[in-house]
Design a protein around this ligand. Structure first.
Ligand code: ZN
Ligand code: ZN
Length: 646
């Protein structure tokens, strides 16, 4: 966003008073699991967010990965700060209203404000989930990072000066009131785009506290005030249940809609939003608490309420507006007396309807749909060895200001720098699969998303490990029941650990890394293959093995050796070479079978217990071939044959 300070673009940090509790935004999207299943899983619905989303409270069992899988979004601190907050003079103290999620306990609310350096101001007319606080502007970001905080907006001068005010708890939907953070609901009575609406109005029940003709004329005056600024035409309707009709009802206590009035004071009225999202015929209906001391014009007592002011505010809701954050505007939730709409209200109603007197046809023009594009890299990598991604892109369509956020199922979430032209300099990647969602949001709350997956591969670093002692390779015989191996591993900076494992079951971690010592390792009688493995920082590994033969008696017994082919020890042949085959065995373990020829050639046979030589070249005349089997203690046995080439 233009003019934002850099720290507001940093990755989302969030604090929570109750360990593991999170308030998340969840869009219904008719997906599985549905809301009922989530509620059975311990999720609590805290607030309805039109058109089809909810603020949910979830417990610690909803890990970030699980929340991401269920498409539950934590609300970035950035979105909780009203655009109406003045942030230019950071040293200044301001009086603000902090709105908390309705399930947050009052003492928690007060503790959070105090921790963040805000003084709590008492006011008798505050709504239950609002706190009037005074504190430094630079503390706002930190306050907004609390999970419990839903929204922060400026307090009016009347609240600041401790004057009595009328409080509106918010426009009604069939699922309760909406939060201060909801600016508009739906598209207005004219549908999408800026059009014209023809609406009826009906007086179902008036109050006995005022002459009926005055009540009617005050309500009609309020209707006309809105029609001055927007293409709205109000005509008397035939019935309270007519479609597209604002029905005015004065009632006390329970009056049939599930939201009973509370007697004199506090809630004075409530109004249902247009259809959709609200169902007909209740959509657009204005209910006024008949227990109030309704008057026309200025206060006559501390409890009297001006009918025109309240109806003017409630009509804003009936036409589709939420609350304004701008103190003094008609749609601000706290007020005393209004005589006309303010420019802020006129601008707000013109985001839903064409200006009054305009010749626009209903439904047109619709702003271009919000679209999110990634321009760099041109092709997103499916795999990478890099530890982060750098992305840039654009947002087109939608309304006014836009912002882009990212969410990864592996590495958290953050906000892109910029607006319609955005940059994410470093989106961290975890080793393995990373599922990433980019979301563009515009000032009306419309969203466009791009999701993609990147697999980060562990860097294939050339790790090496060598055994230096007691032998570099091959096999080693010992009569000791314990052995210690030592060696080196490289590159030194990458080796995080060296482990050892014996083929006879034992395992452990070596001392040291680039120079390591493994053991003492307990040996079992016979062959023990000890394998050492170096582990690298990026997930790679390298191994080396040493065969250790342990005999608890000193081995002086030489191996058994037989040449099975040729069967005779004297052979006549015309061939230029011969392959020998045979068997060998030992009481402890064989080390090798080798051959030599009287011609000077020699070699190692393949196999031990059952061995064979390569083709041994024969000279014309007599060739004496000797095969030697050696055991691990160095004892040896030899056999020879004479081959005569003719
Ligand atoms: Zn209101
Ligand atoms: Zn009602």
């Amino acid at each position: 966003m233009p003019g934002e300070s850099p720290e507001r673009q940093s990755a989302v940090r969030e604090k929570s008073w109750i360990e593991g509790r999170r308030h998340v935004l969840w869009r219904n999207e008719r997906s599985s699991p549905g809301l009922a299943e989530l509620e059975m899983d311990g999720v609590r619905v805290v607030k309805y967010v039109p058109d089809d989303a909810y603020i949910l409270a979830v417990g610690p069992e909803f890990t970030p990965a699980r929340r991401a899988a269920l498409r539950m979004e934590t609300i970035p601190a950035r979105l909780k700060l009203s655009r109406a907050l003045r942030r230019d003079q950071v040293q200044e103290r301001q009086t603000l209203i902090a709105e908390f999620h309705p399930d947050v306990e009052p003492e928690v609310i007060r503790s959070i404000a105090a921790i963040e350096g805000f003084r709590v101001r008492e006011h008798p007319d505050l709504l239950p989930n609002h706190l009037l606080i005074e504190g430094p502007v630079e503390g706002l970001d930190s306050l907004a990072q609390w999970d419990e905080v839903a929204y922060i907006f400026p307090a009016s001068a009347e609240l600041e000066e401790n004057m009595r005010v009328v409080a509106c708890p918010g426009a009604m939907t069939a699922q309760g009131t909406v939060g201060q953070y909801v600016a508009i609901v739906g598209d207005g009575w004219d549908g999408p785009g800026l059009g014209k609406a023809e609406l009826g109005y009906f007086f179902q029940q008036l109050t006995e506290k005022l002459p009926a003709h005055l009540t009617r004329s005050e309500i009609e005056r309020a209707l006309n005030e809105w029609a001055k600024y927007a293409s709205l035409n109000f005509t008397p309707a035939a019935s309270p249940v007519s479609l597209r009709t604002l029905n005015f009802l004065f009632a006390a206590g329970n009056h049939g809609d599930g939201y009973p009035f509370d007697g004199r004071g506090r809630v004075l009225a409530h109004t249902f939003y247009p259809a959709p999202p609200n169902p007909e015929p209740i959509a657009g209906d204005v209910h006024l608490d008949n227990d109030e001391e309704w008057v026309i014009g200025p206060d006559v007592s501390t409890r009297s309420v001006d009918l025109f002011s309240v109806v003017l505010h409630e009509l804003g809701h009936a036409l589709g507006l939420g609350h304004s954050d701008v103190p003094g505007s008609v749609m601000y939730p706290y007020y005393r007396r209004h005589t006309s709409l303010t420019p802020v209200d006129a601008e707000a109603i013109q985001t839903l309807y064409a200006p009054a007197g305009s010749t626009e046809t209903p439904g047109a023009p619709t702003p271009a749909p919000l679209a999110l594009a990634i321009t760099q890299p041109a092709v997103l990598p499916a795999t990478t060895t890099a530890s982060s991604l750098s992305l840039t892109g654009t947002v087109t369509g939608g309304s006014n200001d836009v912002w882009v956020s990212w969410q990864s199922d592996r590495t958290g979430a953050g906000i892109a720098a910029g607006g319609r032209s955005w940059t994410i300099p470093s989106l961290p990647l975890a080793i393995g699969l990373n599922n990433i969602i980019l979301t563009a949001t515009d000032s009306t709350g419309a969203q466009a998303t791009r999701s993609f997956s990147v697999t980060r591969l562990a860097e294939t670093e050339k790790l090496e490990i060598r055994i230096l002692s007691p032998a570099a390779s091959g096999s080693f015989a010992t009569s000791s029941s314990l052995i210690t191996l030592s060696g080196v591993a490289s590159p030194a900076a990458s080796v995080t650990q060296v482990r050892w494992q014996s083929s006879r079951g034992a395992a452990g971690i070596a001392q040291g890394t680039s120079a390591w010592t493994a053991g003492p390792i307990a040996l079992q009688p016979g062959v023990n293959i000890i394998t050492v493995t170096a582990l690298g920082a990026s997930g790679g590994s390298a191994s080396a093995s040493l065969v250790v033969v342990y005999s608890n008696v000193t081995d002086t017994t030489p191996p058994q050796l037989r040449i099975t082919y040729p069967a005779s020890t004297n052979v006549l042949t015309t061939a230029s070479s011969i392959r020998l085959q045979g068997t060998a065995s030992d009481n402890v373990g064989l080390a090798e079978v080798v051959w030599t020829s009287s011609s000077g050639a020699s070699g190692v046979a393949t196999g031990l217990a059952s061995w064979s030589t390569a083709a041994i070249p024969l000279l014309r005349g007599t060739n004496i071939l000797v095969v030697t089997a050696r055991d691990l203690a160095g004892n040896s046995t030899w056999r020879s044959i004479t081959v005569t080439r003719r």
